[in-house]
Write a protein that binds this ligand. Structure first.
Ligand SMILES: CC(C)(COP(=O)(O)OP(=O)(O)OC[C@H]1O[C@@H](n2cnc3c(N)ncnc32)[C@H](O)[C@@H]1OP(=O)(O)O)[C@@H](O)C(=O)NCCC(=O)NCCS
Length: 294
């Protein structure tokens, strides 16, 4: 085998999507339009990302994002026929070394906690488990949103997505959100929406979210990306924001699914979501590689 690494700028986005499909073994199909969105929202840097070749044939890829000195492994894969030969370990070691040369000082990734094989590989390369994320999900029916008796004093309003900036800054005492729920991503989602709940004393809570209509096997869904809570915020205010988002997007409460991914386990929001009736449907590990000065 003649293993060569090249930066991902050499390939078009459709070719990268095809390679991503191949690397996952064909059981899941990547989509160039969605991939281009992800590259933009997650600051994926193709100059910092690598494609691995066996001679002239592309057999794997490591897609890295970058924000200043912070790096992010968005995705990583080796085509099934080439697995178990140390190529995944070699690709990730090379990608992190190249990132270090370019000034990246830490690289993070998230991985489903049950992916023991991937976690072993990340640990081999030097990544360490830093914290745990929770994934929550529930339908409007499970949350009994239609029974919400909204006090007339509460005011729900749509806002500009940029309004999230002040709320985000005010949440500095909270654990840092996962990579694609940080401010640069929040401001980049093309279909993001923003709403607030307030009373006579002022704003109480806000929600930045995307609402996506049913497609394939997915129902209509609301995906909160950032929920800002003032000290006065309670479950009923969160419920009011969820109702507002589902009603304005789909005119439906019961069948809308609410999904909140990668919430840090120690955030103020995590227990509130659980108390509200959101089911914890999975855990993920936030892993970090700290790069020494080179
Ligand atoms: C995860 C993935 C990238 C691993 O790629 P890989 O090329 O098989 O990785 P490696 O060969 O380096 O390591 C796999 C195993 O082979 C072993 N191995 C075999 N020959 C080896 C060699 N010559 N040198 C080093 N390791 C070798 C490794 O020790 C490792 O063993 P372990 O599972 O007991 O830890 C691959 O399974 C994949 O692409 N999966 C689909 C995409 C995916 O899930 N990506 C990760 C998302 S979290």
């Amino acid at each position: 085998m003649r293993i060569i690494y090249q930066n991902a700028l050499q390939l078009t986005i459709p070719a990268l999507a095809e390679l991503q499909t191949i690397a996952y073994g064909g059981g899941w199909t990547s989509n160039p339009t969605k991939l281009a969105d992800i590259f933009r929202i997650q600051s994926v840097d193709l100059q910092q990302s690598l494609v691995v070749y066996d001679g002239r044939k592309a057999i794997g890829l490591a897609l890295l994002g970058r924000r200043r000195a912070h790096g992010w492994l968005y995705d990583f894969g080796i085509s099934p026929a080439y697995r178990g030969k140390g190529l995944g370990t070699g690709l990730l070691t090379t990608a992190t070394r190249e990132a270090a040369k370019a000034g990246v000082r830490d690289i993070e990734l998230d991985v489903w906690e049950k992916r023991d094989d991937a976690i072993r590989l990340y640990e081999r390369v030097g990544f360490q488990h830093r914290r745990t994320y929770f994934n929550f999900e529930a339908t409007g029916e499970q949350l009994r949103l239609s029974e919400l008796d909204m006090p007339p004093s509460l005011r729900l309003e749509r806002g500009l997505v940029e309004d999230v900036i002040g709320w985000y800054a005010a949440a500095r005492d909270q654990p840092e959100p996962c990579w694609d729920r940080r401010l640069p991503s929040l401001l980049t989602y093309g279909d993001a929406q923003f709403c607030t709940v307030a009373d006579a004393h002022g704003p109480i809570a806000c929600m930045h979210y995307v609402a996506r209509a049913a497609a394939h096997h997915d129902p209509n869904r609301v995906r909160p990306m950032f929920i800002g809570l003032s000290e006065r915020a309670k479950i009923e205010h969160l419920r009011a924001l969820f109702c507002f988002a589902a009603r304005t997007a789909f005119a439906d409460l019961a069948t809308t699914a609410f999904r909140l991914a990668l919430e840090p386990e120690t955030s103020r929001l995590a227990p509130i979501l659980a108390d509200m009736g959101m089911r914890m449907v999975g855990k993920a590990c936030d892993m970090r590689l700290i790069i020494a000065q080179v």
